[in-house]
Design a protein around this ligand. Structure first.
Ligand code: GRF
Length: 203
């Protein structure tokens, strides 16, 4: 399966996915990194990893439709099967949603539907909850609203600081995202061979 990772920031989840592939825990290939921030550290990481990059500046396009059409061109060129959002700080628009229906996934640092949007770890911290966590979900037109695929909780201990909680959440993200993508790929592969089998036996 060919993945495109979309990232706007540091790209630690992108790195974790690349590491899982390297260590054979994830049977996939990252064929493209897409970033709306050419100066993002994720772009540096891609270059170090030898992964192709498409960067763009949204302001240079007339609207979302225009830059998503451009993204789709690059995704098709690389024959991308699955889009993995990893800190991509934009809502996905109709062009990408329709072209890659059911094939776009995101990770969010809270137990959705609690604390959607930006700064989810800080939101949980300031809400004084005792448990937060990480969610992997399918992407729809909303902000962190698509069907949930995997969740893992993280306790907030009395001894925690915002920094230690952030570290604990990131550690879970870096394990849960590659593991969940691997499970998704296994499911799709077995469904694909099942369909082929049913097709063959019905002929
Ligand atoms: C992660 O916390 C992810 O859950 C959220 O954005 C952050 C990206 O971090 N969607 P990184 O760029 O992967 O380090």
């Amino acid at each position: 399966m060919k993945l495109a990772v979309f990232a706007s920031g540091s790209g630690s989840n992108f790195q974790a996915i690349a590491d899982a592939i390297e260590e054979d825990r994830l049977q996939a290939e990252i064929s493209l990194l897409v970033s709306d921030k050419p100066e993002a550290y994720a772009v540096e990481r891609a270059k170090t990893l030898g992964i192709s990059v498409f960067t763009f500046r949204p302001k240079e396009y007339q609207n979302k439709r225009a830059f998503e059409n451009e993204i789709v061109k690059h995704l098709h060129e690389k024959e991308i099967d699955i889009i993995i959002l990893a800190g991509y700080m934009r809502l996905i628009g109709p062009i990408l949603l329709q072209t890659y229906e059911g094939c776009i996934f995101n990770i969010h640092p809270s137990l959705l539907p609690a604390f959607p949007g930006k700064n989810a770890i800080e939101q949980a911290w300031h809400a004084n909850v005792k448990v937060t966590g990480v969610t992997v979900h399918m992407v729809d037109e909303g902000m962190d609203t698509g069907p949930i695929i995997a969740q893992e909780s993280v306790d907030i201990k009395d001894t925690d600081s915002l920094a230690s909680l952030t570290k604990a959440i990131q550690a879970v993200e870096h394990r849960l995202y590659p593991d969940t993508i691997q499970r998704l790929i296994e499911k799709r592969t077995s469904e694909g061979s099942q369909n082929r089998h049913e097709h063959q036996t019905s002929i």
